[in-house]
Design a protein around this ligand. Sequence first.
Ligand code: ATP
Ligand code: MN
Length: 249
Amino acid sequence: DEFELDREYQKRVIERERKFFEELKTENEVFDKRTLMILFSLLAGKHIDEFIGVISSGKEAVVFSAKKGRRYRAVKIYRVATCDFKTMHKYIQGDPRFHLRKSSRRQIIHAWVEKEFRNLRRAGEVVNAPKAILRRENVLVMELVGKRGVPAPRLKDVEVDYEKFYEIITRDMKKLYCEAELVHGDLSEYNILVKDDKPVYIDFSQSVVTQHPLSKALLIRDVKNICNFFKRKGVDCDYRELYEYITGE
Ligand code: ATP
Ligand code: MN
């Protein structure tokens, strides 16, 4: 019957991907069973044809590159075991889009991913950001920013025209604030990729809506990070002026 067919299909998929996950294990990458099942379900559901490799592996999340037809995906997987869910809870709580009733560790992480997914979509309407494709529990699938599966470099790792980039980035920060009503919340040369000589913003996990009680403090932090980076690159800038420019205050 259909269920059995599905099982057969999954078995084949699992077989094909076993090597990939075997390699992961040797790199000490341990996912819980539930997360592995989600990754397999992405393959079985043909949302992804194959996982290619690890782009980044941090304390809280791993980012894989993957292929779907001729397109490439970035798959961000939150590590349920090591996520700072207390901080996550604080960010979600003040967000009018969310009402957390029950709050197990996993549920908070799911809400976190949901929030990142929605933030990406909202930000993508006004600035360059990877297209959010789907989310499932602690897993987020988005467009891979890069060329032929090779991720674009971070602003911190390439030479650009810094005067020009300062202008574009500060204009984008204003757009994000005034039009999308979002504050990135973790903006720095680490979370800006450079593609076709333009900035692409990533990692909207900490972003909050402007009504959020933390939004002002986060914006000040973003503004300081950006100013410090560009000052080091010889751009004349002042974080108070930038804050005024963005908020109109
Ligand atoms: P970190 O703690 O290192 O900042 P993170 O958990 O915050 O990691 P991200 O910043 O979203 O996760 O992603 C980590 C890295 O993976 C990024 O610095 C970037 O190099 C790469 N990356 C993430 N998303 C994409 C994408 N859509 N396309 C290309 N590369 C990506
Ligand atoms: Mn990041």
